[in-house]
Design a protein around this ligand. Sequence first.
Ligand code: ATP
Ligand code: MN
Length: 444
Amino acid sequence: MSLANLRTHYTADVEPEKVDNGQKITLAGWVHEVRDLGGICFVVLRDREGKAQVTLVKKKIDKDLFNAARRLVRESVITVTGNVKFEEKAPNGYELLPEEINILNVAGSPLPMDTTGKVDAELDTRLDSRFIDLRRAETTAVFKIRHEVLQAIREYFVKHKFLETATPKVVATATEGGTALFPITYFDREAFLNQSPQLFKQILMSGGFDRVFEIGPIFRAEEHDTRRHLNEATSIDVEVSFADHFDVMEILENLVAYAYTQVIENCKSSLEVLGVELNIPKTPFLKLTYNEVIEIINARSEEKMHWGDDLGTLGEHTVGDYVYETTGESHYFIIDWPTEIKPFYAMPYEDRPEFSKSFDMMHRTMELSSGAQRIHIPSLLKSRIESQGMDPDGFEFYLKAFEYGMPPHAGWGMGCERFVMTMLGTDNIRDTVLFPRDRRRLSP
Ligand code: ATP
Ligand code: MN
């Protein structure tokens, strides 16, 4: 028998509509728990989709099988072949009366961490033994939801005629100045890990691709140790030709609402495991101008904000709470930022160039996305690069694409992990990445 045929069902697929009472099936998974009560022994088998109880009654069952079951080591890999008995009182509405238990691999003990949820492990312990942490239902649920989010986002883009693209992660120059870059050795030259697909997705606009998206890694050598920063994150990036910042804000809010809708629809059991109840964010999202945000913060917070400052964490919370209290919604935009604190490629308003056609999309507690209409006029772009203290020569490969027919365009980038984090109310961004990279962690 091929290994792929070992299992006939996942634990969660054993339901009266799909399986007959008494039907012989085979489950494959891990030994979650063994409860030996003397005359009766319960083995709980766990797979990706859930758990099933295997029941062995000493008097009714082969002695060797009974003894093998009670000696099973937790977290070992087994298959169990037996007959389904629907039983309302059993954990998932059924138990399995085994004919055969096969041990495929025995787990060592003690385990590096508990998988039953009885002992709370620290995040660091969990990440050190991620392979076993992933076996916990709560952890699995987060990654099933992350999968659904990415699935929904792809579906949305494809439906709206976006081309999926892949731009290089090894690059010669910085996107926005040199500070947050990881240098690497590229043959005999220095290169960098890209911090954003920004410059490349803009070049694609000159290439006539019109609407593109990319879901890929970004690398930031920021030294913070916060609950919402990673050094390797997943960015969902969009660029659209013949569009302004309002057009791409509309795409963004609709995409967010669609992802929530799909998660609510398709991730019921994972949401239940996490105890999360979701509401679809109402569109359009509230738009506050940067100037209005200053007023809100200065009226409501101890920490004063001046024109030209970026929002601090406290400021983000103050405005987020204000929006939530007044509208009942968690998502909103901050628009019309000072040109000087946004990247050089943000388009200034023609009639008031100290403000730019830029926006951040916020969740109550943090920034989720930044975007803007971009400058498509080469002379203006060059002078903006210079006025931010950078040398246009380093951007030649990028600027060239503006000299021969660049359409007006706009776009944004949103962190996938922050999106999942705010959706689920996770307290640390590291919970939403399989193998997070941060200041201290480079393995596993
Ligand atoms: P922040 O100020 O919150 O550090 P940023 O303004 O530097 O973020 P952008 O360059 O605007 O980030 O990147 C767009 C989006 O990518 C952010 O809104 C965020 O969702 C995500 N992102 C950026 N940097 C990180 C990071 N270090 N870790 C996780 N997500 C990130
Ligand atoms: Mn930003």
